[in-house]
Design a protein around this ligand. Sequence first.
Ligand code: ADQ
Length: 483
Amino acid sequence: MGKTVIISNRLPVQLQIDGDTITAIPSVGGLATGMKSVHSGGDSLWIGWSGLTDEEIPEGLAPKIDQALKKHGSSKVNLTEADVDGFYYGFSNRTIWPLFHYFLEYTEFELESWNTYVAVNQKFADAILEKSEDDDTIWVHDYQLMLVPQMVRQQRPNISIGFFLHIPFPSFEIFRTLPWREKILEGLLGSDLIGFHTYNYERHFLSSVRRLLGLEVSFNEIYKDDRVIKVDSFPMGIDYKKFSDAAKEHDEKKENQQSELQQRLNTHKESDPDAKFILSIDRLDYTKGIAKRLNGFEYFLNKYPQYKEKVRLIILAVPSRSNVPQYQLLKKEVDELVGRINGELSTVSWTPIWYFYRSMPFDNLIDLYTSSDIALLTPIRDGMNLVAKEYIATRTDRTGVLILSEMAGSANEMNESLLINPNNFEQIADSLYEAINMPVEEQKSRNRFLQKRLERYNVEKWANDFMRSLIDQKERIHTKVSR
Ligand code: ADQ
């Protein structure tokens, strides 16, 4: 058996350039961690963009960058600034991202960015073709690279290809609006296995294949030419141990070892034992429902005014895609909403919303997760939502209440949380009331189930399940189906 080749838009390393010294630092993101068991170094390769455009790479340093990446089993795809504009900020994030999250009004259909998407997908496919052999196993990730499977398949009919989509696959009625809908489906169907987070996304995809391409679909298999393509759901987990161990370590810290953030949180708790922290963490993205969360919180404070001066909403939003206009508008909307609500409701001793617009180091994330009585996550659409899982994993004493939007993929596996419709402010307000008043025994019994499930189906298991399924499918690859 050959090696495993993983392909994603970004490589799981960050490049640091200091004069002519290049260092590649491994990223600690969910995907990179999850793939650890698959991307074990010696017999695997990760192909992706380094984060630096051709224009940004200092003259003569490209070979050094290649060497630095090689040490981490990585190889870069070269992209120009124009490529990144049209492919990433353009078609990926102004067409596919809004459309697949049901934001039709934000979706742009531009031929030029589609053409760049095709050309850049070809660059990724070419990189795979150059670096792989027929007996290798290829795993392509996410919505930026949906044409890659077919582009590779055309040149390498016998190679084994898996594809995983990290965002929702929308219903047929939404997907059909895309001018290049058949091309996207055909691109994906170059794979042997196509994975989604949930059964619903899988079902939507199969329905589009049947209705737009007229292909035969039986249960979760698609028959195309002489191939059988398997479609399945693999709900992505987290590195459970990393989060639960970090939380245990956090609990054992003496006061003088605690971060400044933790000490500030403690001071507030000590000054009023009834005070509650409500936490939300996400990228600043319109799909995450941050404005609805703020409105829901305001509604809660007006409906249950006894909690004024008692509860605080901590909003941690990571800057994201800030050169796409809708993200700039969203930033403005959230800034104004936080300002207005705080302006109207604050007292000399209480600010209802603490808003941090930045990425936080892992230790501070743990401070926030472990200090918050409630996590309030209200995405309007979300492929999975790992923050919900991370919050539960850090609750070492099993207290804490998760309020989660039913529009997040993770809601399917987290029935013991309080599920809400993010458009229903009444329900958000009542769930906050329920969470604040939930008996500790009930919190523990709900979290016991959640923790067990998350511990068992962690991110490593997710990656291994996908790979096992792909290898199984390999045995059937290209067998003529007599039908
Ligand atoms: P995202 O939309 O990025 O991922 P999510 O799954 O919640 O959403 O992952 C966010 C990650 O970033 C979490 O691990 C979280 O801890 C971290 N993070 C968030 N805010 C942070 C901050 N301020 N500082 C530091 N870290 C922060 C996409 C899809 C999701 C899907 C994942 C995985 O949109 O639906 O769950 O991929 O498939």
